[in-house]
Design a protein around this ligand. Structure first.
Ligand SMILES: Cc1cc2nc3c(=O)[nH]c(=O)nc-3n(C[C@H](O)[C@H](O)[C@H](O)COP(=O)(O)OP(=O)(O)OC[C@H]3O[C@@H](n4cnc5c(N)ncnc54)[C@H](O)[C@@H]3O)c2cc1C
Length: 457
């Protein structure tokens, strides 16, 4: 039977497409990387995923799993044609088990939907990506993503207890258990978290949840320069305070956000730090005072957000950064390269200083924002994408950003993943371990059908 017929037989004809206009919609993610699939298949259950993989494995056809396509590294882009497996239709929250502090979900559940479902129970799922309203939990797990709360609550890897995974040959396995700890052999859950669809397709996830904190306070601190802000972060964290969020916005970010017509404009400053502390009412008061007193010698001003309404407006503004950058210049396009470095906390001021000299050298404005409390800095660079010379300068600047982060003991991707955008840095970052990564891939997917061309292997 023809491949298309077999795929239609497995999922039904409505859930397979080869229409060029639809294939085109699946040919990119939120990066500029492109790759056209030959088929888009939208399975509805694990059994269908397993049968699809048995078929594609037999014929050596590439399969690229896809959630919402909000990835910024080309991870969900089909570089070798074949099948894009759209898992966004497997989007049920299967179980909210408050007694065990766990939830079971299908991979296509949109992140924000999970928190909406947990709120009435007084619980939440702490990893908090800026793309919460769009991205799927499957994509977040596959990319080992995180977001604003990881400084206190950790990243997605700290929450996954068990995954149901369909392996390249169609075998369905479970990687963990319902218990909070287990020392039964290799940690396959950890192996799958961050595997970017190259080792298996996640079809179910069992994850821990957390009680909602009773109280929170947000502080807005303004600084005369970014480096000073970086030093304040190091002091606050070394001072034993674990903020639930600690974000940096530089002048350019503040300007693009204010141009977006925010409900409450951000203060006019070179750099702002947003600290959030959460916990009990008395605890947060004490921690907020400590943050204030540590920051006093670095800031030009610091104030506490007036109420819950202002706090919500501040976090909404922070989430708008990605979209707001388009206000900078309608002729320019933001290109996601060099946008997700992480450095050890102590190196933050150094990294900020180096970013400013890379910006000067390249003649490109580099907007800097991100989860500075865990050392994760996002950079935003815009160019005229029809100008080759600007592309050259952009790629040189991104290369320097990556190499500087590595030189400071950091990583080229703290949360967005490697995909195909950063594959060339894997040898530099992981050294001989890249050979082990390639060996694991070969053992689990000998025909190399799962998301080929990713992770630099
Ligand atoms: C405005 C904006 C803000 C963002 N902010 C953050 C942030 O704060 N933190 C953060 O971590 N990321 C952030 N991102 C990046 C992106 O949203 C995350 O990487 C997200 O986790 C991707 O989820 P997705 O469902 O869109 O996955 P996709 O982009 O569809 O896929 C991502 C990767 O996961 C694999 N994959 C997807 N589903 C499965 C599955 N079921 N089984 C196996 N592999 C699978 C794909 O093959 C691909 O390699 C942001 C993106 C945007 C556009």
């Amino acid at each position: 039977m023809e491949i298309i017929k077999e795929l239609q037989y497995i999922v039904g004809s409505k859930l397979v497409t080869t229409e060029p206009s639809e294939l085109y919609c699946y040919s990119s993610d939120a990066s500029q990387i492109l790759g056209m699939p030959e088929y888009v298949v939208r399975p509805e259950n694990t059994e269908q995923v397993s049968r699809i993989l048995k078929l594609t494995n037999k014929h050596g056809i590439a399969v690229t799993p896809r959630g919402a396509g909000t990835g910024l590294a080309g991870g969900a882009v089909a570089l070798s044609g074949g099948v894009v497996l759209d898992l966004s239709g497997m989007n049920r929250i299967l179980e909210v088990d408050i007694d065990n502090l766990q939830v079971a979900v299908e991979p296509g559940v949109v992140h924000a939907k999970l928190n909406e479902a947990l709120k009435p129970h007084g619980f939440f799922f702490p990893p908090d990506p800026g793309s919460s309203d769009m991205c799927t939990l499957g994509g977040l797990i596959a990319n080992r993503g995180s977001g604003m709360r990881s400084v206190k609550y950790g990243t997605i890897k700290n929450y996954v207890l068990d995954l149901e995974v369909v392996m390249a040959n169609g075998t369905v396995i479970n990687t963990g258990s319902r218990t909070l700890k287990s020392s039964a052999g290799y940690d396959l859950t950890a192996l799958m978290v961050g595997s970017e669809g190259t080792l298996g397709v996640i079809t179910k996830a069992l994850m821990k949840i957390h009680p909602l904190p009773k109280s929170r306070i947000v502080l807005l601190a303004s600084f005369e320069d970014a480096e000073m802000a970086g030093r304040a972060v190091v002091k606050v964290i070394a001072g034993g305070i674990v903020p639930s969020a600690c974000e940096i916005l530089d002048r350019m970010t503040i300007e693009v956000l204010n141009a977006y017509d925010l409900k409450t404009p951000l203060p006019d400053a070179e750099t702002i730090l947003l600290f959030e502390v959460d916990g009990t009412e008395s605890g947060v008061q004490e921690e907020a005072e400590m943050v204030k007193s540590i920051c006093r010698s670095f800031v030009s001003s610091i104030r506490i957000a007036a109420d819950e309404k202002e706090i919500d407006e501040i976090w909404t503004a922070r989430r708008l950064v990605g979209a707001a950058i388009s206000r900078l210049d309608p002729q320019m396009t933001r290109v996601y390269v060099g946008e997700d470095i992480g450095v050890p906390i102590k190196e933050i001021p150094n990294m900020l200083k180096r970013l400013s000299s890379i910006s000067e050298k390249s003649g490109l404005k580099i907007m800097t924002y991100g989860h500075i409390g865990d050392g994760n800095l996002h950079t935003g660079m815009c160019i005229d994408v029809f100008d080759e010379e600007q592309w050259k300068r952009l790629n040189q600047a991104a290369d320097e950003i990556h190499r500087t982060a590595l030189m400071l003991g950091g990583t080229v991707s703290a949360e967005h993943g490697i995909g195909s955008a950063r594959g060339e840095y894997m040898r530099l970052e992981r050294g001989l371990a890249l050979g082990v990564i390639a060996a694991v891939k070969h053992a689990l997917d000998p025909k190399g059908i799962l998301n080929p061309g990713k992770l630099g292997i």
